[in-house]
Design a binder for this molecule. Structure first.
Ligand SMILES: [Zn+2]
Ligand SMILES: [Zn+2]
Length: 337
């Protein structure tokens, strides 16, 4: 079968590889039909994260079920499903506590599209993909939602939701600050979700003119980093991968507030204003999102029509355009077939 691969020279090319086989009675084989580029794909292609290449690329996807194991009960052949990018069994203590990115039956970081370090589960830009735990992982595509719209719910949309969704349910109407950058689509989705959930206001820091324009259309207000007021936002989000902006977000977090860091800070230590955070009782939350735990809540919002995800999609292109889409290193492109 064909599989889109980021080679050791970072060229993005189709490769011929053996198809996945059914892992066992709990597994499924799916055929991806819509795959979105992720902020993290751009970092891989740009050489900005320390992951060994080659990598079978793609991990945000909607797929059609083509084969199921004998013990699978919740999906059938022919179903369209959203596939969370992380592998989780649904049955271990971590999964039962909804900490699905920390599944205890899987090696750390097990997921699609991140290569050998992530367990070599293949990439979504492939003819077929193996799903080890079909009942635990797969969620049916809601009626009326297009595969292209839902693809990014595998990762970026749900990653954004965990930064503002549960927080706004706990603090209805709270103002939100988002500092955006390298994980730019996550910041935009966070603005979209916060606005849809009735945040008092959504202030947005981003030096990229294209993303800033989208954020404004989503109802966010652009703020210069120097103008961000300290201790003013009960909910703050860092999607920047910029240590200076992270500090601004932490200082802007209101007393007893929470700052969610969706961006990743590879390498050595990252300085944070711990004394100010102590004084203000600020909670700093970071780490991989537990995608599967939040996926139904996100898809309910999408199905209800309150989230216009296409406002953030750069383009929907055909399957054969995928090498160029992934090599572009920016935007939120969805490849469909
Ligand atoms: Zn992703
Ligand atoms: Zn598990």
């Amino acid at each position: 079968m064909r599989q889109l691969t980021v080679n050791t020279d970072r060229a993005v090319q189709w490769q011929e590889v053996p198809p996945p086989r059914l892992f066992g009675p709990l597994a499924a084989i799916v055929r991806p039909i819509a795959v979105a580029t992720c902020d993290f794909d751009h970092l891989i292609v740009g050489g900005h994260v320390p992951l060994p290449l080659p990598i079978a690329i793609g991990h945000e996807f909607v797929a059609e079920v083509v084969e199921i194991g004998s013990d699978v009960t919740t999906v059938c052949v022919g179903d369209h499903v959203v596939v969370p990018f992380q592998i989780s069994c649904g049955d271990c203590p971590a999964c039962r506590q909804r900490h699905t990115s920390c599944c205890e039956t899987q090696p750390y970081l097990s997921c699609y599209g991140l290569g050998q370090l992530a367990g070599d589960h293949g990439g979504a830009m492939s003819d077929l993909v193996g799903v080890p735990f079909a009942d635990a992982m797969l969620v049916g595509l809601p009626p009326g939602v297009s595969p292209a719209d839902a693809a990014a719910c595998s990762c970026n949309v749900t990653d954004a939701y965990r930064c503002v969704g549960p927080q706004l349910l706990e603090r209805p109407g709270a103002p939100v600050l988002i500092v955006n950058g390298a994980f730019g689509n996550i910041g935009l989705y966070a603005a979209l979700i916060a606005h849809a959930m009735g945040a008092g206001k959504v202030d947005f820091v981003d030096s990229d003119p294209g993303r800033a324009a989208i954020a404004t259309r989503l109802g966010a207000k652009l703020v210069h980093p120097d103008a961000v007021r300290s201790a003013s936002y009960p909910i703050t989000v860092d999607a920047s991968m910029d240590a200076d902006l992270l500090v601004i977000a932490l200082r802007a977090t209101a007393p007893a507030g929470e700052c969610s860091v969706s961006a990743m800070y590879p390498g050595g230590l990252t300085a944070v204003p711990l004394f100010e955070m102590f004084q203000n009782c600020v909670t700093l939350r970071t780490g991989q999102p537990h995608i599967r735990a939040h996926l139904e809540a996100v898809l309910r919002m999408v199905a209800s029509g309150v989230l216009n995800l296409s406002a953030i999609t750069s383009a929907v292109v055909d399957w054969e355009s995928a090498p160029a889409a992934f090599a572009s290193g920016r935007g939120k492109t969805v490849c469909v077939r």
